[in-house]
Design a protein. Structure first.
Length: 363
């Protein structure tokens, strides 16, 4: 608490897809064990190190256990602001890692073994909150940033844009975002599905399979303060007075958050050219990822040498300000394809991720 803590960065290399295998793509990424990964292609030969590397054979469970995701859930329960974000080029496995193939097929429920970091975290969160016996209130909000506009994915009706504000006490926050309480795994999974479908509607309208927006699902964890000496006349209704930790001083009210960020990929920018809506879309994705990259490189400098961090350059960086440079605890999952055809995007993701390892926060 209060100490400088590094961002934890792990890497996931997805298997070659059927298409890549069929057309005979070379595999240019090899895990060396111990968090090291090697890229070897015609004119490139480089090794990168991460907190952990998951190769094509790694199961969803192995990623959950080996990435530190379980600890992140526990820290959120302890009152910290925790964030996990997946980044990498389109098709590199970000959504698969966070949600599993479930996000791709609505009709067939995914096999439990394929569930992603999100569902595994929800299970862990609910188990932990029950076993801790404290009186916890859980709620979720789900937003997307599309064309530099923040939209609520949980509120019914057509998507409306929400204002992003700043205050001294709260930092950057979204005004009027809907926060829905939940108590069961089914309830939160159904919120996730509802929100993801709304997110995909905008993607489908433009005939895209890949998400063209950044999505942020935040779980708010509030432990109700337990009063040891309830005021007269209020005692009978005081929640948690018969369980939890009986003493007010020993059990202060805590508020933790656990935020999952699924970033849009950037590489289509080149292909979309300069026509109309797609170009606006691509430009705003590009702009916010560029702003994110810029903030990360500045944050990666030692604290004494840092200049002003331009969080205000995009909505994405404003919303991630706390996770990146403030009081949050952050896990970054970099996703890459092993194919030779993705080499330049892969190298760019690896450089970006390596830089992020030097970023520190003060939880
Ligand atoms: P992104 O969200 O980064 O655009 P996706 O998660 O949609 O990428 O993944 C692209 C494709 O690759 C999907 O068909 C997905 O099912 C598949 N895929 C990604 N990662 C894996 C993995 N680790 N194992 C098996 N298939 C994967
Ligand atoms: Mg995706």
């Amino acid at each position: 608490e209060g100490r400088e803590t590094r961002l934890r960065v792990v890497l996931r290399v997805r298997p070659l897809t059927c298409t890549e295998t069929r057309r005979g793509d070379q595999q240019v990424v090899h895990s060396l064990g111990d968090g090291a990964v090697h890229v070897s292609a015609a004119r490139h030969d480089a090794t990168f190190g991460f907190s952990a590397v998951f190769d094509a054979g790694a199961s969803q469970e192995a990623v959950f256990e080996g990435s530190g995701m379980r600890q992140l859930v526990e820290l959120a329960l302890d009152g910290f602001s925790c964030t996990v974000f997946a980044f990498g080029q389109t098709g590199s496995g970000k959504t698969y890692t966070l949600m599993g193939p479930l996000a791709q097929s609505e009709t067939q429920p995914a096999s439990p073994a394929l569930l992603g970091l999100m569902q595994r975290s929800f299970t862990c969160l609910l188990e932990q909150s029950r076993s801790r016996g404290s009186d916890l209130a859980l709620s979720a909000s789900y937003l997307e940033i599309y064309n530099e506009q923040v939209r609520d994915l949980l509120s019914p009706g057509p998507p409306c844009n929400l204002p992003l504000r700043w205050s001294k006490t709260r930092g950057f926050y979204v005004e009027n975002q809907l926060s829905v309480e939940f108590e069961s795994l089914e309830a939160i999974v159904s919120l996730l599905l509802q929100g993801s479908q709304r997110r995909r509607t905008s993607a489908h309208a433009l005939n895209r399979h890949s998400s063209r927006s950044h999505a942020l699902l935040t779980i708010h964890i509030r432990s109700r303060a337990v009063s040891a000496h309830p005021a007269p006349g209020e005692g009978w209704g005081a929640r948690g007075s018969s369980r939890g930790c009986g003493q007010a001083s020993a059990c202060p009210s805590k508020q933790g958050t656990l935020c999952f960020v699924d970033l849009a990929g950037s590489e289509r920018v080149k292909e979309t050219g300069s026509s109309g809506e797609l170009s606006v879309e691509a430009n705003s994705i590009n702009r916010s990822l560029l702003a994110l990259g810029h903030c990360i490189s500045l944050l990666a400098k030692p604290r004494g040498k840092r200049t002003h961090i331009p969080y205000r350059d995009s909505k994405l960086t404003r919303l991630l300000a706390r996770s990146l440079g403030g009081s949050g605890i952050t896990l970054m999952v970099a996703c890459i394809s092993p194919s030779s055809r993705c080499l330049s995007e892969t190298l760019s993701t690896l450089h970006y991720a390596s830089r992020a390892r030097r970023v520190t926060t003060r939880p």
